[in-house]
Unconditional design. Sequence first.
Length: 666
Amino acid sequence: MADALENLSTEVRRFAPDPEFAAQANARPEGYAWAKADPQGFWAEQARELLTWSTPFEEVLDWSGAPVARWFADGTINAAYNAVDRHVEAGHGDRVAIYFEGEPGDTRTLTYADLQREVSKAANALVALGVGTGDRVAVYMPLIPEAVIAMLACARIGAPHSVVFGGFSAEALHSRILDAEAKLVITSDGGYRRGSASALKPAVDEALAKGAPTVDHVLVVRRTGQDVEWTEGRDVWWHDALEAASDQHEPVALEAEHPLFILYTSGTTGKPKGILHTTGGYLTQAAYTHLNVFDLKPETDVYWCTADIGWITGHTYVVYAPLINGATQVIYEGTPDTPHRGRWWEIVAKYKVSILYTAPTAIRTCMKWGDDIPGAHDLSSLRVLGSVGEPINPEAWVWYRHVIGGDRTPVVDTWWQTETGAIMISPLPGVTTAKPGSAQVPLPGIAADVVDDDAKPVPNGGGGYLVLTEPWPSMLRGIWGDMERYQDTYWSRFKGLYFAGDGAKKDDDGDIWLLGRVDDVMNVSGHRLSTTEIESALVSHPSVAEAAVVGANDETTGQAVVAFVILRQDAVSDRPAEEIATELRNHVAKEIGPIAKPRTILVVAELPKTRSGKIMRRLLRDIAEHRTVGDATTLADSSVMDLISAGLAAPATSKASPAEPTSATD
Ligand code: WT7
């Protein structure tokens, strides 16, 4: 963290808004003062302006049950109606909602009218399968239009969806199905990944075979046409169910605080947390941020967020916000380098994408591939570029603006989390003078600060912990089934303040620079991974006695997973460390998913522990990042670090090859 502080304070480049852009921008500088003077009035106005309510609300915020907020609680609303039907009713049925680009190059175009028919049919199909308001539905799918339709169909009947990223393992899917007590699983036979069909349905079969008493049916979309095992009575083809269903469906008016979805994310302990989001406040902030941070003009823009629906970015900025705002967007199933490294730029040129939202890891990967690849495509349609998921280093920021944005486009570095539901800290295009590497300022209506260990705000120039000091509309409403953990995780560290888990610094202007996680959460390619979760996966392997995992700096992925393992005596004897490392990496992929595979596995004889038995990850991080090992005086046995260093210099060390790069925003 200290290094990052040094680097950031030397960044002096500034990018003032272009006057022409500013003149047409949705965001206005006055927004800050207005929202500051009357935050509730500000959000109420956004909620009324941007959404169509079934019953208008009178109440704005009820914070009497803090830390559980209730926004617009006496209003009723339907998310799918807002995302689809109202645009058709307003005469925009012919507007393209989704340009779908499959990895093999197949395409589909869905207008808002198409979407209305499909979502209505899917909603009727869910009801026919016995899914009712309040029942949970697990969604385990590739990024195809049916995934969006499935989520909206759930929202339409008030069945909270729990989307599980298609790259997660059967094991991970199983634990999420159990925790949410899902009644239905929606999946597909498979999807296209790196040039071939990759199966999904077998993971669902495997997950359900482990026991899932609440699941009655599995609804299966045919995407790849590969053979699937079929459980009669349980499995139903999506196309059969939709064909049998009417395309007329009345959206259910739901209370503003009705759960919209659960999304699992890694925390500091092994068990993923089911982050709960509700309807009215979430949609309000999703819509507001999307219009203002990306300067969306629904009639003319073509918007593309490269995230998968398995992550919060895909929920808020692929499914809900763009459709609520009546945008035309691109969704792409595959990876940036299939079949060639220019695929993204080909897509931008083909659909004349004007707003692009992606992750720093993707930007750095493209940077590494060379300027001539994007240079070979016409990117002149782009007018706003966004970044999300991890700190973006100034060099990548400047490259993004220069090579992708042709030195024209504003770049918005957006800080937020699964828990915050929508963007919280970001420059506003046309308003903010941008500083490469900084997310800069809380949006109008959002209150953030950087505090020290005693919860005191640090002065400009100081560093500490990022906190949110006032409730916001799209904030999580808890952790599914574990409200105590909600309180402990976010509200115990600093009394009355939401602790985000990020380190941050205020510069001399008071702008915020994010410095990465301060807890045992890693950020690999913009994806959150828990050290303890990977450690648990490693020790569940019969050859492993103990394991410690750290996130080490990585030029492309931000951080990379580095694991230190102590092998059981019988496992060490005759097998090459190389072979064991490969086996362990595959084991982690099986337990969690390929994104959690350690980049490096180091076989060691000891782990550094304090007298109370806590692993000192700080020292391991020094080794993983090839630094001189820091202060080791609190170790129970101070010779351990020498032993580890000596052992690593010896041939027992195994550096496995890096995990295959995931699609930047998988
Ligand atoms: C964590 C949240 C928000 C959607 C994607 C990730 C890091 C996110 C930024 C940014 C610096 C960022 C933080 C945060 N993060 N955006 N612009 N600058 N760091 O969602 O998986 O819930 O992870 O991602 O560390 O706490 P998530």
